[in-house]
Ligand binder design. Sequence first.
Ligand code: T5A
Length: 206
Amino acid sequence: MIFITFEGPEGSGKTTQIQLLERYLKSRNIDVVKTREPGGSILAEKIRELLLDPENKKMAPSAELLLYLASRAQHVQDKIMPALKNGKAVICDRFSDSTMAYQGYARGISKDLIKNLDTFATCGLKPDLTLYIDIDVGLGLRRARKRSGSKDRLELEKASFHNKVRKGYLALAKKEPRRIKVICGERTIEEISEQILFYTRKILKK
Ligand code: T5A
């Protein structure tokens, strides 16, 4: 039915906002599947563990890219496609834009290569709407740390890495303004939610 993705730097508030959007869609009697990446299905969650484990410090950038894409291929096949085919709304915490921002813009892997491999992994599936929550990298990392207490492998990257991620997202949003909506993550939870509902209502009317 409709495929909505959330993107943003670490701790930008995606999980918080996804819960609010899920509640709104349910109140309109829309069947919702809430999911996340990396992970989202049994096999993909196993790949998530490998990707986020801080012990795996020596993971090669190429291996990292392929693991994110392997997780996505499995997730699309097991969960996202079947839900969309059954007329459900799918909300996914991170999707292809994360790979472009983190592995492309921040790690420096060829964006054309990522685009081609990602199209293979997703069978060409693209979100109808992407809500990018933009936040100062330091603030986001502090929020994430406060919530979980420990850092995963990606959170351990330097501030310069996370700043490249943020710049990457903003560049992607500039390229695809119809799909990717930029939302300021430094406002209150309620204000951010209002903006998200505004864009969601617009897309539901189409
Ligand atoms: N990755 C992922 C890649 O490198 N390539 C890829 O292809 C993909 C798919 C995933 C990691 O993998 C990388 C990106 C990531 O580094 P993850 O654990 O899923 O890791 O991490 P995140 O997606 O970053 O999720 P987080 O849980 O860290 O952040 P959220 O979900 O954005 O934030 P949330 O909602 O949990 O909020 C964090 C805290 O802030 C508070 C919340 O209550 C919470 O305590 N908060 C606010 N406080 C004040 N004002 C607001 N407006 C607030 N909103 C939330």
